[in-house]
Design a protein around this ligand. Structure first.
Ligand code: NAD
Length: 478
């Protein structure tokens, strides 16, 4: 059941004072699950004030104690994984198995950041005078405003929350209003772990109102956003007006280069597993498959067979391999990409239509022989649809892979290790996976280049966006 008091400010739950609400919809059935309360201006002011007070407490808490509280919160997420996954599946639609994996992986992210908290090292710099001591000292940047989307309702917020808190920052988190339960569960885990009041605050509301209120607020010192490129640009521009640093994890349009020396069947299987996970609503989802011409037809057949064999159904059904799209906007969007592809003369090799007549189900769709000009080749589809195109040589494949303003993830399947290294070096992206599907692990950096954004989450880089370096030069009294 959705909380009646979904905002968490200064260590206490409250109802939002705004008159607007978000209806929470089960994407598998269209049923309304509840109404989510929104913050008004006063709630947001209270949240920023609480975060400012929370920062004073938390930034002075030892790294050892911060780390300890994070570890307890991670354990609570693990203990509650079944319940968290069930509500995530109800609100977002993904198969329960994926929701559970996401929750457990999120607990691992918290543990990783808890460990990193204890490894934020200062650096001594040799001074020009023997009686002077010079130190470059990393400090937490301050209260953070974080905005996260609906596709990974627990792991998207947790990447920001865990890293910011590990670094000693406080936060006001605004997750997606459409999938609120996972973020509420995160807050409950940290509350029960003994996090001091004000360190982590949760608000829901009208997204543009919340971001345009919090980003200019002088108490907020850092902005972190995951979502679409157009919204990311707006928020980065607003943050720029107030000289606030940003982390931007935005969309992608991931190319996959399949060279002609691979096992086509195994490669099609690996790509399909990555492509249709979370119904393709993943920023690193493979979306443009470039296959070397001699194996093109064989690949299209193998990949289409794989896509057509996926069992669609409600995420709560153990047998479902792909759930519904998370919201009606996505369904309309994928329908639009498909119609456009048909109109410009592409061939639909699998799917291409709604599945059933209840909920947001869309059949896994493979579009081949796609002519230039098809929207699918240039706009991020963010759903269970993929373009398959032939290429002739390495230079052709790399040029087409790099031809868009996106630069998040790229994939390559090749048995020629020298070429694989060369191609990986020439791809204009933040992440390259060779002979495997998408990876997002606590210990590895995640993020893009070009319009896919800037800053990294995860890895040894995880805490960097939440730290600033203070230089201290200490001379003896005159
Ligand atoms: P959207 O851009 O309207 O919303 C994406 C997320 O940003 C939502 O959670 C929303 O609440 C939030 N948001 C929107 N406007 C905001 C604002 N002014 N201030 C603060 N937050 C705001 O799009 P959508 O229809 O929800 O999703 C579709 C597109 O979003 C996709 O095509 C995809 O490109 C992108 N997306 C990307 C990711 C990612 O992981 N990078 C995740 C979800 C969606």
């Amino acid at each position: 059941m959705l909380r009646e008091d979904p905002l968490y400010i200064d260590g206490a739950w409250r109802r939002g004072a705004a008159t607007t609400r978000t209806a929470i919809i089960d994407p598998a059935t269209g049923a309304t699950l509840g109404q989510l309360g929104h913050a008004d201006a006063r709630d947001l002011d209270d949240a920023a004030a609480a975060a400012a007070r929370g920062f004073q407490v938390w930034s002075r808490t030892s790294a050892y104690d911060r780390s300890r509280i994070l570890r307890v919160a991670a354990e609570k997420l693990r203990q509650r994984a079944d319940a968290i996954a069930a509500s995530m599946t109800r609100e977002q639609g993904k198969p329960l198995r994926e929701a559970k994996m996401e929750t457990l992986a999120s607990a691992d992210i918290v543990d990783w950041c808890a460990e990193e908290a204890r490894r934020v090292y200062a650096r001594g710099i040799p001074a020009r005078r023997s009686d002077v001591r010079q130190v470059a000292q990393p400090e937490p940047v301050g209260p953070v405003a974080a905005f996260t989307p609906w596709n990974f309702p627990v792991s998207q917020p947790i990447r920001k929350v865990a890293a910011a808190l590990a670094a000693g920052c406080s936060m006001v988190l605004k997750p997606s209003e459409e999938t609120p339960s996972a973020a509420i569960a995160i807050i409950e885990a940290f509350h029960d772990a003994g996090l001091p009041p004000g360190v982590l605050n949760l608000v829901f509301g009208e997204p543009a109102f919340v971001s345009s209120t919090l980003i200019p607020d002088p108490r907020i010192r850092k902005v972190s956003f995951t979502g679409s490129i157009p919204v990311g640009k707006q928020l980065a521009a607003l943050a720029g007006q107030y000289m606030k640093p940003c982390t931007m994890e935005l969309g992608g349009h991931a190319p996959v280069l399949v060279f002609d020396n691979v096992d086509v069947e195994a490669t099609a299987k690996a790509i399909a597993a990555g492509k249709f996970r979370n119904a393709g609503q993943v920023c690193v989802s493979p979306t443009r498959l470039f296959v070397q011409r001699p194996r093109y037809k064989e690949f299209v057949d193998a990949f289409s067979a794989r896509a057509s064999s996926l069992r669609l159904g409600p995420g709560s059904d153990d047998k479902s391999e792909m759930g519904p799209l998370a919201n009606a906007r996505r369904l309309g969007s994928i329908e639009g990409f498909t119609e456009d592809a048909r109109k410009v003369g592409a061939r639909i090799a699998a799917g291409g239509a709604r599945h059933g007549n209840e909920g947001n189900f869309w059949s896994p769709t493979v579009v081949c022989d796609v002519p230039e000009g098809a929207r699918l080749l240039t706009e991020e589809p963010f759903g269970p649809i993929v373009a398959v195109l032939p290429f002739d040589d390495e230079a052709d494949a790399v040029a087409r892979a790099n031809s868009l303003p996106f630069g998040l993830a790229a994939y390559m399947f090749d048995r020629d290790a020298h070429r694989a290294d060369r191609v990986a070096a020439s791809l204009e992206v933040g992440m390259v996976s060779i002979n495997q599907g998408p990876l997002a692990l606590p210990e590895t950096p995640f993020g893009g280049v070009k319009e896919s954004g800037y800053g990294r989450e995860g890895g040894a880089e995880a805490l960097l966006p939440y730290l600033v370096t203070k230089f201290i030069s200490h001379a003896p009294p005159a």
